[in-house]
Design a protein around this ligand. Structure first.
Ligand code: GDP
Length: 302
């Protein structure tokens, strides 16, 4: 299994914890926890949850609840898993019963949005889902070409703007309409990803969400934000901004096969209260995996 093979750097960062805990004894606790704190920070867990985790371990050690290095390690893994699954966060796609279900994919250029969309189309199609792609990135001319390649690769049909200067929102509502008329299960909508500080992009995303909602007489089932895993904690402000404007329902963290540091996965879930639904682990068709919190924790703390 290829999942999480990319966290070698994180594993290296965190390997020191095993060594620390192997020789832990009560009188050594503060020094060990200082070093554990350092290791978590280096692995991009961020100060807030690092302190939360370390202080709860300290309490449980001094109250006698944790009596050995291996009990401390288990408690550490448990608290990371709890952070990832807290608040009833669901990692499964929520497609409901309405046909077609609509998934909007958002995120800034370069993060892996189009690739993830193609990989997601491939997954859904393999599960027997009838998928229609919608080329909603009308801002970047090459984006439509790129999505057309993915449509061909996955054998999915695609709706593109018929002429220049068509609004993204009208391409998407047209796609949803066609999806309904022709019995598609899912309409997978690409959106523009020019710089998120560009206000008109945010306006456009809101317009897209509204148009899609109107076309299905409801709301999109999922608004998935694609975040580049290699940006580490820097992804947080970007994620917050998209969430504030369009209300993100799930995250796709890409490039986790590369030099991503695993702690940022935990930070982003904890900070935003939004579940990771998929992870990108490569550039090929099958390199999008459902996020499995337990497998993730076991991968970074083997
Ligand atoms: P977009 O601008 O957000 O649509 O980004 P693209 O989908 O074009 O991806 C940008 C680059 O990242 C491309 O070279 C992709 O092949 C690459 N990429 C996307 N996802 C992954 C991933 O999970 N792992 C790796 N290694 N590369 C990825």
């Amino acid at each position: 299994e290829k999942v999480f093979s990319g966290f070698s750097k994180t594993r290296d960062n965190l390997a020191v914890i095993d060594e620390l805990l192997l020789y832990w004894n009560l009188s050594d606790t503060d020094r060990v926890l200082d070093e554990l704190e350092e290791a978590l920070l280096v692995a991009d867990f961020g100060p807030r949850i690092t302190i939360k985790i370390v202080e709860s371990l300290r309490d449980d050690i001094y109250s006698g609840k944790l009596k050995s290095g291996s009990e401390i390690k288990d408690a550490l893994k448990r608290s990371v898993l709890n952070l990832l699954t807290a608040k009833g966060l669901k990692t499964e796609l929520k497609l409901g019963f309405r046909k077609p279900a609509v998934i909007m994919v958002v995120g800034v250029n370069g993060g892996g949005k189009t690739t993830s969309l193609g990989k997601l189309a491939n997954r859904l199609k393999k599960e027997g889902t009838k998928v229609l792609l919608a080329a909603g990135d009308t801002f970047r001319a090459a984006a439509t070409d790129q999505l057309e390649i993915w449509a061909e690769r996955t054998g999915c049909e695609i709706v593109v703007a018929e002429k220049e200067n068509v609004k993204a929102s009208s391409v998407l509502s047209q796609a949803v309409k066609r999806g309904r008329e022709q019995g598609f299960d899912v309409v997978l909508c690409d959106t523009s990803g020019r710089l998120h500080t560009n206000y008109s992009l945010m306006e456009e995303l809101v317009a897209c969400k509204k148009a899609v909602g109107k076309a299905v007489s409801g709301a999109p089932n999922e608004i998935l934000q694609v975040l580049d895993g290699t940006t580490g904690l820097n992804m947080l402000p970007q994620a917050r901004e998209f969430n504030d404007v369009v209300g993100v329902t799930g995250l796709i963290l890409t490039k986790l096969d590369g030099s991503a540091r695993g702690g940022c996965v935990v930070s982003v879930v904890d900070e935003l209260g939004i579940p990771v639904k998929f992870v990108g682990v490569g550039e090929k068709l099958d390199d999008l995996q459902p996020f499995d919190p337990e497998a993730f924790v076991n991968a970074i703390f083997p």
